[in-house]
Design a protein around this ligand. Structure first.
Ligand code: G4P
Ligand code: NA
Ligand code: NA
Length: 190
């Protein structure tokens, strides 16, 4: 997606050969027009596939996911990272390890927001090793629902999340695919 690549080139900050900072349009300040175009592009790429809901993980997945859900005219559910105060019986819970931050997070979704047979589109802002996406997929499948697609705003293709998700049989559509963050610059896959 050209507008997204241009924005990453213009405003992204290469923090290291592993981490790209995009807090001026995605992770802190949000560019709503670009997020709308991101949502529309996901819908175009998954044309012909039906979805009942969009699922993401708070917080940075919400902006692109809500625009995708708006365009599809379906609800958005975001998995939460904070432990809920309500009874765990009402929740799906998965533990997700973040290699980037080296912490385990518990992610939760209320049982009432996922139903058996539903077809779910997972959206996330970044794909690194795929741990967050696999955690959401485990919850979807334990609810008897189906992962009908995975949409990623920025895939770091030099980490192995995309490969692992495709090997597990999921269809992954990434709008920007980064081959390398070496030499303090962003190199996209062709
Ligand atoms: P994984 O799910 O693909 O295995 O990724 P990982 O655990 O390594 O990522 C942990 C957090 O770091 C996620 O955000 C993810 O979006 C983010 N992240 C991973 N790589 C990058 C990167 O190169 N740049 C930026 N800006 N973020 C990256 P999170 O902890 O869920 O935070 P948030 O959604 O509240 O922003
Ligand atoms: Na993030
Ligand atoms: Na994220």
């Amino acid at each position: 997606m050209k507008a997204l690549q241009d924005k990453i080139r213009q405003d992204g900050i290469v923090l290291s050969d592993q981490v790209l900072k995009v807090d001026s349009f995605l992770n802190h300040m949000v560019d709503p027009q670009l997020m709308l175009e991101v949502g529309q592009e996901f819908v175009r790429r998954f044309e012909g596939v039906t979805f009942d809901k969009v699922l993401t993980l708070e917080s940075s997945g919400i902006a692109p996911a809500v625009m995708t859900a708006l365009t599809l005219q379906v609800p958005l559910v975001f998995a939460r990272k904070h432990k809920s105060l309500t009874l765990k019986d009402d929740l799906y819970v998965e533990t997700v390890y973040s290699f980037t931050k080296q912490v385990h997070n518990e992610i939760t979704i209320s049982r009432k927001f996922l139903a058996p047979g539903e077809r779910i589109l997972i959206i996330d802002d970044f794909l690194a090793y795929g741990e967050a996406t696999f955690g959401m997929a485990r919850i979807i499948e334990s609810a008897g629902a189906t992962v009908a697609g995975v949409g990623i705003v920025i895939e770091k293709s030099f980490q192995d999340g995309a490969r692992r998700l495709k090997e597990a049989g999921y269809r992954v559509e990434s709008l920007a695919r980064i081959a390398s963050l070496g030499e303090q610059k962003v190199t996209f896959l062709p």
